[in-house]
Each structure stands twice: as structure tokens, then as C-alpha cells.
Design a protein around this ligand. Structure first.
Ligand code: NAD
Length: 524
């Protein structure tokens, strides 16, 4: 790959040829070994359960990608105990040595980026560039945590000396890890949203148990192998697989957990928040939840940029990004022209096998999402007008997968419930608004506050930043109206119902969330 090319979600639209060649090679190699069984990894060992489940490709459900373990509550306890046993050693290790080991994990991830990307494209249905971006982001998220630990010199800071006559009284602020950290991740960014929080927890000195979504055990197994092959000691990280409602719940309910990072839906996240609060004291709970991300388009916008940015953010990963542009408020004078451009671009989207380099949209994740799409489009057909899509695809190459068409909906009354509901599918609703103030009022009138986009003049953009209620905000961005965050560039996190900490992942204030402060006062 050209040395100058750095893969991020902002640069992915024009990759060098070599990147495609290496992806194709990796894809062939992965396809040659599909269907194998993989264990969980507990205390450094492969562990197998009595019951298994298959990971199948949503693009072709005849294809079994791998066979995985249906972990039980006993497995959860075993993994947590292994993590607890490893904690004294890991937390007392010099932080420089921990960082060195985590940098080895980054090397492993980067070495296997094409393989993990190929598996993810098949398992999630992500197009190849999105899949590779997810793995590259994982490496950069962990790297960012390592860099922050170094930059802050292990978070040991000398404070003021007490003005005591006749004594020397020093004060130090020391950040220390909590203990065993649970990482529960969603299907849509299986690598970055497992590896990012896991990396931060580990760099900080916690030991971890990570549980991926049931739809994406394969991708996360490969990530766990990177941690193992980097030489992380036994028990420091543990990887378990199984249903959220049983295994996930057993983890959340365990008193052996000292902190949690959950990334997923609002409903599950709020349930975890409440369940976790039943312990004897408050434990840190990092929740990264859903979104209902608005884009506002001013009458002064560059409509070419707006149209491409909205299309990319509405339909990238089939609308299954927490940051997807799912609502668009357009000022009256430019509504017709913008929607025309959007319809043109949307009609050109290629749908199909996500591993094929020319495909932009793959399938949705599973049967439930496919059924949801049918139900929502039925409901929308009664209240609004489809400008594009509204159908599932069932013929030919689409027959064995969960393929939906990119759907733009106009004329939906602004009090319709779906303006506020995260559908998490390739469906975006468009509204005509008389002015920007009205657009802002609608944009903020939801429980979510994850990302938001704007197109207009620079002065209007400032007004947008001043008034929008969201954790990641973008103006005049053709690469994506509401999507495309990167550690160190656009740290990612949400306000209101979209997140619990008010501090974004891959940002300045993230790593300290994984540590509690201790003040050392020594009088000589
Ligand atoms: P989900 O909430 O269905 O599942 C997330 C994880 O929780 C999975 O690993 C699942 O197995 C587990 N789980 C389910 N029930 C559980 C329980 N009772 N106890 C413990 N764990 C349980 O979400 P999903 O469908 O995988 O992902 C999509 C959602 O994630 C969307 O709402 C999306 O907006 C959100 N998301 C948010 C961010 C963010 O950074 N804010 C990023 C990606 C996705």
C-alpha cells in the first residue's frame, strides 16, 4: 500500500489498488477455511461449551462462517474469576510494560487487518472499505489509549505542597484501575467497539471479559487471538460468546464485575444501567447507545456536498450505524433540488455481495432486521411517500440474503412516531422546513443526541454548533453528513439518551474513565 495512504472513514472513498488486491487475497484464504469451530478464550485456554451456534453470512444464509460456543452463566463466572485472579499482577505491572504489550496487540491487529476485514465483511455484511476501516480504527483506538497513557506519564501528578511550617507535606494524584471490566459490544462495529473499550480498560490496568453480539462472534474471536498472540498474560483478557439475554445478563448481574462498557441499543443499555445499579455500591458504567441523527440543510448550502454526504451517511452499512443520517430537515427553497439530487445518487447505489469491490450496500444483519424493514416500510407507506426503495430484494443473487433497498421517505408528518424512533435500517425521512430555527427545534426534539450534520455557510455552521444537542457534529462534510469518526480526530460519544459519560471514545478524556483517583499525602 502507498506509504502515504492512511485508511480512515474519511479517506476510504479513494483507496490505492493494492488495498483491493490484498483484500481479495485475504478473502480467498478465509473462504477456504469456513465452517470451523472456535472456542471461547478463558484464562488463556480455548474453552468449549455443550451447546453451539453458527455464524452465517447475512448475504447468503447457506454459508456457515464458523461454529461458536453458547456460553453459560458458569462460563461467565469462570471468565470473571480468571480476570479477577489476573488483576493484581496486571494492575501492578509497570504501566510502560502494559503499554508495550498493548502495542504488540496493535501490531497483531495490523498484521491481520485484511483477514479480519474479510471475515467482518462476510459476517456483518459491511462493504470491504467499511470493514477494513473498522479494523484500522480498532488499532488506532488502542494506540490512542497507549499514547494518552504515555503523554500523561501514567496519570501520576504532583499536586500542591501543604503550607505547613516545619513539615514537608507532598500530595500526589494517582489514577488506578478499578479491577475487572466487562465489555459488551454490538454487531455493527464488532472490532472497533470491542477492541476500543477493551484496549482502554487494559491500558489502564483493568483485566477484562469481552462478549460480542451473537451475530458477530467470528470477527471478535480474531481480535481475541490478536490479544493472545501479542502475549497478554493468561486471564488478563477473556473472550466469551453466547446470547445477550442469558450470558450477557449473567455477566451484568455478577458481583465480580467492577465496571462495564456497553455499546448497543438504548433499551438494552438502560436495562443494564438499572440492573447494574443493584450492586452494593455505584460502579462505573460507560454506556454508548443509539442515535436518531439529524442533518439540517440551509438554503445557502452547497447541495452537491449535502447530497453526497447525506446519501453516504444514510445508507453506509445499510443504515445500521449508530451515527446514520436518519432524519433530514431541508429549508424550503432548496428542498426540491436537494431531494432530486439525493434520489439520483440513491438510485445509483449498488447493492449485493458486500465483499465485491463495486458494492456499496450489503444485506441487513439478520432475519429480525429484515422483518423490521418490512414492518417499518409498511407503516411508512401509509403516512408518507417513498422517493426511493421501500422494498426488499428477493430475486437471483438476493434470494438467500437479507437485502433491502435504500429508502428515502418524504411527506411524513412531523409528529409521526418514526421521526423519534431509531429504526437502524436503510430508511431516512426528509422534511421540508420553513427556516433553520424550526429545523433546529425538530433536530433537538428527541431523546437521543449522538451525531448531527449541517450544510450551509460558515456563519450558519457556527450557529449550528452552538445550538445542536449532540456529541459529534459535522458541517459541510461530503464524506458523510453524520458519520465517520476517528480517534484523535473526531472522538465518538453521545449526549442525552445516546451515552452516559459525556466523554467521547478516542478522545482526550476517555482513558481516565477506566481509573479511579487516589490522593497520596505524605508528611515528612
Ligand atoms: P443490542 O443492544 O441488541 O446488543 C448489544 C449487545 O448487548 C450484544 O452483545 C448483545 O448480545 C448484548 N445484550 C443483549 N441483551 C443483554 C442483556 N440483557 N445483558 C447483557 N448484554 C445483553 O444492540 P445491537 O443490535 O447489537 O447494536 C445496535 C445498537 O447499538 C443500535 O441501537 C446502535 O445505535 C447502537 N450502537 C451505538 C454505538 C455508540 O457508540 N453509541 C455504536 C454502535 C452501535
Amino acid at each position: 500500500m502507498a506509504e502515504t495512504f492512511k485508511l480512515t472513514y474519511a479517506t476510504m472513498f479513494n483507496p490505492p489498488e493494492e488495498l483491493h488486491e490484498r483484500f481479495d487475497e485475504a478473502l480467498e484464504a478465509v473462504k477456504a477455511r469456513l465452517g470451523q469451530e472456535y472456542g471461547m478464550i478463558i484464562n488463556g485456554e480455548d474453552v468449549f461449551a455443550a451447546e453451539k451456534f453458527e455464524s452465517r453470512s447475512p448475504a447468503n444464509t447457506d454459508v456457515v462462517l464458523g461454529v461458536f460456543q453458547k456460553g453459560t452463566a458458569e462460563d461467565a463466572e469462570r471468565a470473571l474469576k480468571a480476570a479477577r485472579a489476573a488483576f493484581p499482577m496486571w494492575s501492578k505491572m509497570k504501566w510502560q510494560d502494559r503499554v508495550a504489550l498493548m502495542r504488540k496487540a496493535i501490531e497483531q491487529i495490523e498484521k491481520r487487518i485484511f483477514e479480519i476485514g474479510a471475515v467482518m465483511a462476510m459476517e456483518v455484511g459491511k462493504n470491504r472499505m467499511e470493514a477494513l476501516g473498522d479494523v484500522a480504527e480498532t488499532a488506532d483506538l488502542i494506540r490512542y489509549s497507549c499514547d494518552m497513557m504515555e503523554k500523561n506519564d501514567g496519570y501520576v501528578v504532583e499536586m500542591g505542597r501543604d503550607p505547613l511550617v516545619g513539615f514537608k507535606s507532598t500530595n500526589y494524584s494517582v489514577l488506578k484501575p478499578y479491577g475487572v471490566w466487562l465489555v459488551v459490544s454490538p454487531f455493527n462495529f464488532p472490532s472497533a467497539l470491542t477492541g476500543g473499550p477493551a484496549g482502554a480498560a487494559l491500558v489502564a490496568g483493568n483485566t477484562i471479559v469481552m462478549k460480542p453480539a451473537t451475530d458477530t462472534p467470528f470477527t471478535v474471536r480474531l481480535l481475541a487471538e490478536c490479544f493472545r498472540d501479542a502475549g497478554l498474560p493468561e486471564g488478563v483478557f477473556n473472550f466469551i460468546t453466547g446470547p445477550g439475554s442469558t450470558l450477557g445478563q449473567a455477566l451484568v448481574d455478577s458481583p465480580l464485575v467492577d465496571g462495564i462498557t456497553f455499546t448497543g441499543s438504548y433499551d438494552v443499555g438502560m436495562k443494564i444501567f438499572r440492573d447494574f445499579a443493584r450492586g452494593p455500591y455505584v460502579r462505573p458504567t460507560i454506556l454508548e447507545l443509539g442515535g436518531k441523527n439529524p442533518t439540517i440543510v440551509s438554503r445557502n448550502a452547497d447541495l452537491e456536498k449535502a447530497a453526497i454526504g447525506i446519501m453516504r451517511s444514510a445508507f453506509g452499512l445499510q443504515g445500521q450505524k449508530c451515527s446514520a443520517a436518519s432524519r433530514v430537515y431541508i429549508e424550503e427553497p432548496v428542498y426540491d433540488e436537494l431531494t432530486e439530487r439525493l434520489v439520483d445518487l440513491t438510485n445509483k447505489i449498488k447493492i449485493g455481495d458486500p465483499t465485491d469491490r463495486s458494492v456499496y450496500m450489503g444485506p441487513v444483519i439478520n432475519q429480525k432486521a429484515y422483518q423490521d424493514f418490512k414492518n417499518f416500510t409498511e407503516e411508512l407507506s401509509q403516512a408518507g411517500t417513498f422517493l426511493t426503495g421501500g422494498k426488499v430484494l428477493t430475486d437471483g443473487e438476493y434470494a438467500r440474503g437479507y437485502f433491502c433497498t435504500p429508502t428515502l421517505v418524504a411527506d411524513l408528518p412531523l409528529d409521526h412516531r418514526l421521526w423519534k424512533y431509531e429504526m437502524f435500517l436503510p430508511i431516512t425521512t426528509l422534511a421540508r422546513v420553513p427556516n433553520l430555527d424550526r429545523a433546529m427545534e425538530e433536530a433537538n426534539n428527541v431523546n437521543y443526541g449522538l451525531t448531527a450534520g449541517f450544510y450551509g455557510t460558515k456563519e450558519e455552521a457556527k450557529w449550528f454548533f452552538d445550538n445542536i444537542q449532540a456529541g459529534v457534529t459535522y458541517a459541510n462534510r461530503p464524506q458523510g453528513a453524520t458519520t465517520g469518526a476517528w480517534p484523535g480526530f473526531q472522538p465518538f460519544g453521545g449526549w442525552k439518551g445516546s451515552g452516559s459519560t459525556g466523554k467521547n471514545g478516542g478522545g482526550l478524556y476517555y482513558l481516565p474513565l477506566y481509573m479511579h483517583e487516589q490522593i497520596h499525602n505524605l508528611v515528612e
